[in-house]
Ligand binder design. Sequence first.
Ligand SMILES: [Zn+2]
Length: 123
Amino acid sequence: MRIYCKICEMELSNELVPLPADIEPVYEDKTDVLPQGFYYTSDERPIENSVGWIYTHLKDIINTVYNLENAGGCCGMDGHAGLNLICMNGHEFATEVSDCWTPHFVKVEPDKVFLMEGEKVLY
Ligand SMILES: [Zn+2]
């Protein structure tokens, strides 16, 4: 599936498939939580207090710029100020966590995007 901006329909991810059940996300500093090309949701693998967040690899998110109002961190983004990624048209949709003292991932807010599997809209 691919992720699109709900407001302007810009493509925001590479093609992603669900993380297989036998691969556990890794929450270690400076480490990618999951391999490239995959995603999982916080419903399937609860972390933090989020509902329906879509977790994916930093390099699988495309056509974005940083929302400087929410950008903060040491060597990268710590993600603590909220949504720090916006589409090229300025619509916020995700938080990048990529700092030297955090695991590395992007979490996408489900209300800000829609997902498509080929021509079919998933939601
Ligand atoms: Zn947009």
